[in-house]
Design a protein around this ligand. Structure first.
Ligand SMILES: O=C(O)/C=C\C(=O)CC(=O)CC(=O)O
Length: 218
């Protein structure tokens, strides 16, 4: 799994919402990259292999090989892209708006997604896992909806696409996957509709990934 020099390589799984956040940002910033699929399912998960543990000791996707280093943790990767690839900024210049973008990101990347991540659901067990995921997504979305009530314009914070939108859209997909009733979250739904045809978001969608199984295509 050694990464070739110079090329930007994203280790990704089609349905991983954390990989998806990074795919959106790479697309929005028009950064050429190669996707190396890592199956979280095949043989108990390729992310648990010795080879992949060298890439990410947390045994998770995504990992991004860029500028001679390998970075892990999606939000940290997003920040690095923002720091180094100034084309198409995904953080506003106003410090309060920046804080609001990061606030929404944190609620999703720390407060919602980890609680419904595959390794947590395996630990929770087959019988309880769906109800568990639904509960935590619901709880988190109540907070996100309230925050968006104060910050949203066309998108999560104002009228420009930001890192918050990169984090929100994959989480909406997960909410649907776990049958969360989204009707109490009209702002979240509106932003999701706003972005569903955006080319950078369409290209990053699980159904457009090289490792998407044929039966899961839209
Ligand atoms: O195909 C699968 O069921 C395996 C894994 C996932 O969906 C990814 C997650 O663990 C959820 C997530 O990224 O939020």
């Amino acid at each position: 799994m050694a990464a070739s020099q110079g090329k930007i390589i994203l280790y990704s799984y089609w349905r991983s919402s954390c990989s998806w956040r990074v795919r959106i940002a790479l697309n929005l910033k028009e950064i050429p990259h190669e996707i190396k699929p890592v199956s979280l399912i095949k043989g108990g998960g390729e992310h648990h292999s010795n080879d992949f543990r060298e890439i990410n000791p947390m045994e998770q996707v995504p990992a991004l090989h860029i500028d001679g280093v390998t970075l892990i943790e999606s939000f940290s990767i997003l920040q690095y892209l923002e720091d180094t690839r100034v084309h198409r900024n995904l953080l506003p210049s106003d410090p309060i708006k920046r804080a609001k973008v990061r606030e929404i990101c944190e609620v999703i990347v720390s407060g919602i997604q980890p609680l419904q991540n595959l390794c947590v659901l395996i630990h929770v067990g087959e019988e309880k896992k769906d109800e568990w995921a639904k509960h935590w997504i619901n709880r988190g979305f109540r907070g996100v909806e309230k925050l968006l009530g104060a910050s949203a314009g066309k998108y999560c914070v104002g009228d420009e696409i930001t890192l918050a939108d990169c984090c929100l859209i994959p989480q909406v997909f997960n909410a649907r996957r776990f049958h969360v009733d989204l009707r109490p979250f009209p702002i979240i739904l509106r932003i999701d509709r706003e972005l569903e045809r955006h080319p950078a978001f369409v290209a990053a969608h699980p159904s457009n990934q090289p490792d998407c199984p044929p039966e899961a295509h839209k």
